[in-house]
Design a protein around this ligand. Structure first.
Ligand code: ZN
Length: 79
């Protein structure tokens, strides 16, 4: 049953009380797996808003320079 001021987590579907300072934007509870999902969703949203951020000549040079690069996906690519 929903208590006033509570919100349903988008990941685990359980009700939680959002932080008062961030009540309108918080959609995930504080469980580690839900925070992880929230982080991934936020990063994906950011990448969708900034599609050209990791593209372009500068990044081609950076990735091709031989240095290990950490991509958005968290994978480490070694050249
Ligand atoms: Zn949750």
């Amino acid at each position: 049953m929903e208590v006033k001021g509570q919100r349903k987590c988008r990941n685990c579907k359980e009700f939680f009380t959002p932080d008062a300072r961030n009540a309108t934007r918080q959609h995930y509870c504080s469980k580690p797996e839900c925070r992880d999902t929230s982080k991934k969703a936020a990063q994906q949203k950011w990448c969708n808003k900034n599609p050209s951020y990791f593209r372009g000549q500068l990044n081609v040079q950076r990735v091709g320079s031989g240095a290990a690069s950490i991509l958005v996906t968290g994978r480490i690519i070694r050249n």
